[in-house]
Design a protein around this ligand. Structure first.
Ligand code: ZN
Length: 429
């Protein structure tokens, strides 16, 4: 057998040692030891190889706009939405495209090769929709970009939103979005979910709703979303994003709700960096965290992913396209500190969101796309702990990004000359 690319001495996320042979853009063989001719050989040096990172919740029309036209002073979700409203009329297609492409460069350097981005459809010009459709076509060889038609100002509350959403879908946007907690009443929110799920059912599309992104313990849109999913037979095609109100819900009600979400096959997407900074803003002390009930949803069999949501935009000033940063925060806020739960947090930024996006050929088995990342870490836990360097990022069997290992030189008498943070293994794996 001969390969285009042979990765030697790697360790899979489940701990098995593996050589990976690729040809024609696909993985042909995954074996503990492969001896074969190859156009290119990479020695992973006993380090972790993982499928690419996946961000299933992002806003690429707003990314890298930090400071335009001003900064978010209060730091709240609502000022962020108002600020985005000020920015929208002065957006140009060229600027949106340029910022999105720059973000995609950053994403690739971080091994992030699949992104589901919401795109605001409340601007009648649909300027951002057209811009991101162009970006999607431009990056298709290296990033799977899926777009969600997102009525930021409300499907009913914003006058043109309903018509614009259909126009966006007609133009090629992939997924139906919504924001029921931003409608004028709970009843309007529920009605918006009914309408949006019916559009998805009629068109054979997926649904991804900004759902209950508030600290209101009585917000019930996720219940309505699970109900509509059941009613229309959309199992596995619907995601509830944020679900932060679940953090504040009465425990008895949450115990009834979570099995309903599981039964409907609704996916859950938490956005740890954003939830921990935007929620609980009206609290004094104690301040609520606002992240949805990740361990409990997971225990009930719900597929849960972590999304990045924002990078340097009206809602969040930080972020770097690093899904390990996201997993690190999700782990902390969810107090998911067992070895098993920490390993799961790595899945929450790789395999779980890949399932939500329905990515074909994703994974490290023979027959999958030859897409993977070699990290400066021995295992997924160490990758999260260190937000490990992406030594090699491979797409369809070709290296598309490389980073040098992070090593610090020491100048201490009697101590080693350099420190490799990835060389500090625990006594028990
Ligand atoms: Zn969002």
């Amino acid at each position: 057998m001969s390969f285009d690319l042979l990765l030697k001495n790697a360790v899979l996320p489940d701990g098995r040692p593996a050589d990976i042979g690729c040809a024609g853009g696909r993985i042909l063989a995954v074996e503990p030891r492969l001896e074969a001719e190859a156009g290119q050989v990479i020695d992973a040096g006993g380090r972790l190889v993982a499928p690419p990172f996946v961000d299933v919740h992002f806003h690429m029309d707003a990314t890298l706009s930090l400071g335009l036209p001003r900064l978010n002073q209060s730091g709240t979700l609502l000022e962020g939405i108002a600020l985005w409203g000020e920015l929208k009329p002065i957006l140009t297609q060229e600027a949106v495209i340029e910022r999105a492409l720059r973000y995609c460069d950053l994403a690739v350097s971080q091994g992030l090769l699949a992104i589901r981005s919401h795109v605001d459809v409340c601007d009648d010009r649909l300027l951002a929709v057209e811009a991101l459709l162009e970006v999607k076509a431009k990056v298709r060889d290296y990033i799977d970009l899926q777009l969600v038609a997102f009525p930021q100002d409300g499907y009913f509350r914003s006058p043109g939103a309903a018509a614009n959403l259909l126009r966006a879908l007609d133009l090629g946007v992939d997924v139906v979005g919504g924001i029921p907690h931003f409608e004028r009443t709970m009843a309007d929110g529920a009605a918006s979910l009914r309408a949006l799920c019916e559009i998805a059912a009629a068109r054979g599309l997926q649904v991804d709703i900004h759902c209950d992104e508030s600290d209101d313990p009585l917000s019930r849109h996720i219940e309505a979303l699970a109900y509509e999913t059941q009613r229309l037979g959309l199992h596995g095609r619907v995601a509830g994003s944020h679900l932060t109100s679940m953090h504040s819900m009465d425990n008895y009600y949450a115990a009834k709700l979570i099995p309903l979400i599981a039964e409907a096959g609704v996916h859950a997407i938490a956005n740890p960096l954003i939830n921990i900074t935007l929620q609980g803003r009206a609290d004094t002390y104690p301040k609520r965290r606002g992240q949805t009930r990740v361990p409990e949803l997971r225990a009930a069999g719900v597929n849960v992913a972590f999304g990045h949501d924002c990078v340097m935009d009206p809602w969040y000033s930080l972020g770097s396209g690093d899904m390990l940063d996201v997993a690190h925060m999700g782990l902390h806020v969810g107090q998911m500190t067992s070895r098993e739960a920490m390993r799961w947090c790595f899945e929450a930024v790789t395999t779980n969101p890949a399932r939500i996006m329905g990515l074909e050929g994703y994974g490290l088995a023979p027959g999958c796309n030859a897409d993977f990342v070699v990290l400066q870490a021995a295992d997924p836990i160490e990758a999260i702990r260190l937000k490990a360097a992406r030594l090699f990022v491979v797409r369809r069997g070709r290296v598309i990004a490389e980073s040098a290992p992070r090593l610090a030189r020491l100048a201490l008498p009697g101590r080693p000359a350099q420190v490799d943070a990835a060389a500090y293994a625990p006594a028990t794996a």
